[in-house]
Design a protein around this ligand. Structure first.
Ligand SMILES: CC(=O)SCCNC(=O)CCNC(=O)[C@H](O)C(C)(C)COP(=O)(O)OP(=O)(O)OC[C@H]1O[C@@H](n2cnc3c(N)ncnc32)[C@H](O)[C@@H]1OP(=O)(O)O
Ligand SMILES: O=C([O-])CC(=O)C(=O)O
Length: 372
């Protein structure tokens, strides 16, 4: 068979390119399982650190395994000088995703085990990145606000410490819980564009940090992770709930994509949205912002009525992060801080049974011709 008579699957839609044991996304039953566990149960009963362990090792940790992960991770939270310097050297005009991408690259360049791609070395790098990324995101948001950095605390869990480093205080448990739920829901989603990018890079036997840097680049786009911040831009444009339907009609008439709606795999709604919506409602009550929920609901109803296209996870996380106090451009880096677990689990899986990822293309350019 040649490249010219194979069927083209534009955007790889519907193509199964490999097996995975990390997670299963079932559009028909609207389910998302991490290593067999429904993500709703994980969000209700586990910490994000337990979920990270599950994604990397295939099983939930026992008490000793969790304590070990926590003590290793917590001891690696302080950013080394080269990473701090790299963050501070970047202009505040650049996007915060550029900052995380650059900082991960710097971490890789300083890692003496960078060329060691054994599972053991890659696991250590994954734990290290999970520990470091919150500090990078927090430092960047604070410097943009003219605030001094806040040192991490090793007596706090992942979510609490992240919020502490960003805001200089540990917020109400309602807020911590909503943040932790968002981290768990964002952690993993099979062969999405950024994870596939990481697997393509890993498949060339490049290093784990390179795979993560590439994945960050893929996540940045508004058709993927960048949609969570785009949702807040949409809300700002609409203003109030009573304007949502007219705004939508105009946007659709201009063929605009409505950010936070639609999904390549789910066609009957994203399995994670109800859980994150519940958390958003608790935040709306906590911060007394019924106007934001009204706008959220008005746009969702109008979109369902006009197009029958349902929200994806980025729709509730956008306003949730806004209520927590994060600046809008920081939202997608928050996604990175969570998805680092899924990406690295996939890099290790790819390397465990590697085959170079290299598809074909059908040439449709000029026929063979001679240079004059
Ligand atoms: C965590 C995540 O990364 S979830 C994804 C986050 N991304 C977004 O929210 C961006 C907005 N959504 C989209 O652009 C799309 O729904 C995607 C990229 C997520 C999925 O796209 P695809 O599977 O390629 O579907 P595609 O873009 O072909 O959409 C099919 C039809 O629905 C329409 N459609 C899909 N999503 C939307 C949307 N958000 N707004 C308006 N129309 C939409 C398309 O215009 C298309 O219509 P047509 O057949 O008349 O041309
Ligand atoms: O699966 C996808 O295509 C995008 C997505 O929802 C995710 O990565 O969480």
């Amino acid at each position: 068979m040649t490249e010219s008579d194979t069927q083209i699957h534009k955007g790889l839609a519907g193509v199964v390119v490999d097996t995975t044991e990390v997670s299963s996304v079932d559009a028909e039953s609207n389910s998302l399982l991490y290593r067999g566990y429904p993500v709703q149960q994980l969000a209700a009963r586990c910490s994000f650190e337990e979920v990270a362990y599950l994604l990397w090792h295939g099983e939930l940790p026992d008490a000793a395994q969790l304590a070990d992960l926590q003590s290793t991770g917590r001891s690696q939270r302080v950013l080394p000088a080269p990473v701090v310097d790299a963050v501070l050297a970047l202009p505040t005009t650049c996007h915060p995703m550029d900052v995380v991408r650059t900082a991960v690259s710097v971490i890789g360049a300083h890692d003496p085990t960078e060329q060691d791609s054994s599972r053991e070395a890659n696991l250590a790098k994954s734990v290290h990145l999970l520990a470091q990324i919150p500090g990078i995101v927090a430092l960047d948001q604070r410097r943009r606000r003219g605030q001094d950095p806040v040192a991490p605390r090793d007596d706090l869990g992942f979510a609490e410490n992240f919020l502490w480093m960003t805001f200089g205080e540990v917020p109400d448990p309602v807020v911590v819980h909503a943040f932790e739920v968002s981290m768990i829901l964002y952690a993993e989603h099979s062969f999405n564009a950024s994870t596939f990018t990481a697997r393509v890079i890993a498949s060339t036997l490049s290093d784990l940090h390179s795979a993560v840097v590439g994945a960050i680049g893929a996540l940045k786009g508004p058709l993927h992770g960048g949609a969570n911040e785009a949702v807040m831009a949409t809300f700002a444009e609409i203003g109030t709930a009573d304007r949502a339907a007219d705004w939508l009609d105009d946007a659709l008439a201009h063929k605009r994509k409505i950010m936070g709606f639609g999904h390549r795999v789910y066609k009957h709604g994203d399995s994670r949205v109800p859980t994150m919506h519940e958390s958003l409602v608790t935040l709306v009550e906590h911060y007394d912002r019924p106007d934001l929920l009204a706008l959220y609901t008005a746009l969702e109803s109008a979109m369902t009525e006009r197009k029958n296209i349902l929200p994806n996870l980025d729709y509730p996380t956008g306003p949730a992060y806004h209520l927590m106090g994060f600046d809008t451009p920081t939202f997608t880096p928050l996604f990175v801080a969570s998805r680092i677990t899924g990406w690295t689990a996939h890099v290790m899986e790819q390397l465990g049974a590697n085959s170079l990822i290299r598809p074909l293309s059908r040439y449709v350019g000029p026929a063979r011709r001679d240079v004059p």
